[in-house]
Design a protein around this ligand. Structure first.
Ligand code: THU
Length: 157
């Protein structure tokens, strides 16, 4: 028997200005994408921005529906569109931001489990790490790979 521990490391920034230019650009795209959210039920507007290996940025936002399970999170909207429109390009980074009733949330927006699993699979598909930038008004977290936010990834395929 052995007790084991997992260590996760990530970078915390106090403001978007502290970030490297490319990451800042992606975080800003995610913040802008919150404006395209359609969330009449939760009023929680999430934006996501995916960077492809050639530098292109694809954005998405959460889209809700009266039949609740038919709605979609921002991260998956962006990643599914990125894969559908550029199936041969790896994703290298995703930034997420959230606003409630029009005001950017103070804490970093953290993806749900289903979105983490989808990120994990696109990381495997692309064959390179996808970094994750979780943006808040007062702090921003950056993780270098999906494994850091989803230990014990399911990857049976
Ligand atoms: N939501 C996202 O877009 N991303 C997440 O990772 C968590 C939740 C959306 C789904 C729903 O439209 C709203 O936020 C409230 O849960």
């Amino acid at each position: 028997m052995a007790n084991k521990e997992i260590k996760i490391s990530y970078t915390e920034y106090d403001s978007i200005e502290q970030m490297e230019a490319g990451d800042r650009q992606l975080a800003e795209a995610a913040i802008l994408a919150t404006k395209t959210s359609y969330a009449p039920y939760s009023e929680f507007n999430v934006g996501a921005a995916v960077r492809l290996e050639d530098g292109e940025i694809i954005t998405g936002s959460n889209q809700e529906n009266a039949a609740y399970p038919s709605g979609q999170c921002a991260e998956r909207t962006a990643m599914f569109y990125a894969s559908a429109s550029h199936p041969d390009k790896a994703m290298t980074s995703i930034a997420v931001a959230a606003a409630h009733k029009g005001k950017l949330c103070e804490s970093p927006a953290t993806p749900c489990g289903a979105c983490r699993q989808v990120m994990a699979q696109y990381q495997t598909k692309g064959g390179r790490n996808i970094s994750i930038i979780l943006t808040g008004e007062r702090k921003i977290w950056k993780f270098e790979k999906v494994d850091d936010i989803l230990p014990f990834i399911f990857d049976s395929i």
